[in-house]
Write a protein that binds this ligand. Structure first.
Ligand code: IPE
Ligand code: MG
Length: 253
């Protein structure tokens, strides 16, 4: 999510107002994704680099996370949305960690996983994973699949499948240190909308864009249609609620 600050500045408001409005976007996006049966949603809420912003903005963001974690818990529980976190916990204040731990415990029964990326850095995650691979004792002679498995054990959440779709808002065309390893075959949707303006209609446009992609994972079109790797790459569990077929084209055709 990007563009909270610009959204506020264009209205002559403090940047913090943009962040506050950004929370409303997260809330409606989550509900929409839940309705559609999307099993994994990750929000890049704070990068490791964002921690170097002016201290009062970082402090405001931490307070906002805590408020969000408290106020949204009943709704997350009601909708069966499970909270998760990826990123460097040690870089977060105790108060944020405590709110996260409480929220993660409270919502653990949910089936859709909503992950907050906080103090997250894709490069740092790759270095963690490299250490896990080294610690596994596997060397170059081991099969590549076994090496990748050992490497992935060092990712912040090894259970999290690679993202099928990454949406970036605010017109920026870069990854900014997000899911560098996991995005090898991810589809991308770049939206000009600033995060507080990113509504369900724009989310639906992103999903339609995704549904129209031909995902071949390096294979030929002919191979791809018969290859499981191209249709069930991330082996998602089936959604519990039926997708809202009205807005999405038939992706099997
Ligand atoms: C994204 O909005 C939210 C966070 C990084 C917390 P920004 O704060 O990056 O907004 P812009 O890019 O300055 O408009
Ligand atoms: Mg930004």
């Amino acid at each position: 999510m990007d563009g909270n600050g610009r959204w506020a500045q264009r209205r002559g408001l403090p940047r913090s107002e943009g962040h506050t409005r950004g929370v409303d976007t997260v809330r409606s996006l989550l509900t929409r994704c839940r309705t559609l049966g999307i099993p994994y949603v990750t929000v890049y809420a704070l990068s490791r680099e964002n921690l170097k912003r002016p201290p009062q903005e970082v402090k405001f963001l931490f307070e906002l996370f805590i408020r969000f974690l408290k106020s949204e818990l009943p709704e997350l529980e009601r909708q069966g949305i499970r909270l998760g976190m990826i990123g460097d916990r040690q870089a977060l204040p105790m108060t944020v960690r405590a709110a996260l731990d409480y929220g993660i415990k409270k919502t653990s029964g949910g089936e859709m996983l909503f992950t907050l990326a906080l103090a997250y850095s894709g490069r740092e995650e790759i270095m963690r994973a490299a250490r896990a691979l080294t610690a596994s004792g596997l060397d170059d002679s081991a099969p590549l699949e076994a090496q990748e498995k050992a490497f992935r054990k060092g990712l912040y959440n090894p259970e999290l499948p690679d993202p099928d779709l990454i949406i970036r808002t605010s017109g920026e065309l870069r990854l900014s240190n997000f899911f560098l390893f996991q995005s090898a075959y991810t589809e991308f949707y770049f939206s000009d909308k600033l995060w507080p303006d990113f509504d369900n209609a724009e989310l639906d446009r992103a999903l339609v864009h995704y549904a129209e992609r031909s995902r071949r994972f390096g294979l030929t079109e002919a191979q791809a249609v018969t290859n499981d790797a191209c249709t069930g790459h991330t082996s998602h569990p089936p959604p519990s609620s039926p997708p809202d077929a009205a807005i999405l084209p038939d992706i099997t055709s």
